[in-house]
Design a protein around this ligand. Structure first.
Ligand code: R5P
Length: 289
């Protein structure tokens, strides 16, 4: 069965890198708005009898991206694709993974069934917090990870001594696993979040050369407070590595004033130094056999 990669505009670069590795055609999906802002989606070629891999980015304008992705899956199904896979390097709505308050939305529970036309949904380092197993979100959801790539990057680019720090308990699944791969112990801090802007990070010495690792860098406030702690206790060099550089507003600028910033290209930005295309290509190789 042949494979066809179809990408929405925001993931074009990553999709092409993956297509090259699995030697498969890659086409851009046509997407435009009707005058009233409804989405219109169209493929250039037939998906019939193919494994169709749809790429989309969900780091900005998530609601529209979800709708156009749902439409693309519908087209693939109606026009005879044999298998439909979503490559979502970053997947949204995972932080609202329970009812935090009465009458608020358990968002991921409502979003995941909308993607039932996908046989597989591949996500790089999904933000799994209260839901530990991704299969609880949906049987078609699969977790991939950039942990090995980040550990390799650190091995190549950093000289000992350095310390690995996770800003909060959720970051253990990245910071500690990466530290393990480097034969180290990570320091995992405690975080209290009061509002999106106001975050408090446990204060303790973190080392002279500190690498802070987190999955999502959103407003950047978690990272900025962690940098403050590191510097307060005498850190001379601080590097921030994020899997997903969502980088809301001027987050990157604020972080770069105090530390170096590196992200993967799961969300393409000018700080993307770690290429996750191999992880997706490998998963697709296994899936399309
Ligand atoms: C939360 O648990 C995540 O791992 C990140 O720490 C969080 O999303 C970062 O958000 P912000 O950059 O807005 O502080």
């Amino acid at each position: 069965m042949s494979t066809l990669i179809l990408t929405f505009p925001a993931t074009k670069t990553l999709a092409k890198l993956v297509a090259k590795q699995i030697k498969t055609p890659c086409e851009e999906i046509q997407v435009k708005d009707f005058p009233d802002e409804e989405s219109y989606v169209k493929f250039k070629t037939s998906p019939k009898n193919k494994t169709v891999v749809i790429f989309n980015s969900f780091s900005r304008d998530q609601n529209n991206r979800l709708i156009e992705t749902i439409l693309a899956a519908g087209i693939a199904k109606d026009f005879g694709a044999k298998k439909i896979i979503l490559a979502a390097p970053y997947f949204p709505y995972l932080r609202q993974d329970t009812h935090f308050e009465n009458f608020d939305s358990f968002s991921i529970k409502y979003i995941s069934p909308l993607l039932k036309n996908f046989d597989k949904i591949l996500i790089i380092d999904p933000h799994l917090q209260r839901i530990k197993n991704i299969k609880q979100i949906g049987k078609n959801f699969e977790k991939l990870s950039a942990n090995n790539l980040i550990a390799e990057y650190i091995k190549k680019n950093f000289k000992e001594p350095f310390t690995i720090v996770g800003p909060d308990k959720e970051s253990r699944q990245w910071a500690q696993r990466i530290a393990n791969l480097l034969g180290k112990q990570a320091t995992i801090l405690k975080k209290t979040r009061f509002t999106w802007e106001k975050v408090k990070i446990q204060s303790k010495p973190l080392g002279k050369n500190t690498i802070i690792i987190d999955d999502i860098i959103g407003t950047g406030n978690t990272i900025l407070e962690t940098i403050k702690v590191a510097k307060h206790h005498g850190a001379e060099k601080v590097t921030v590595i994020g899997v997903h550089g969502v980088l809301v507003g001027d987050a990157a600028k604020r972080i770069r004033k105090h530390a170096s910033l590196i992200t993967t290209n799961a969300i393409e930005n000018k700080f993307s130094r770690i290429d996750v295309s191999g992880v997706i290509a490998e998963a697709l190789g296994i899936l399309s056999n």
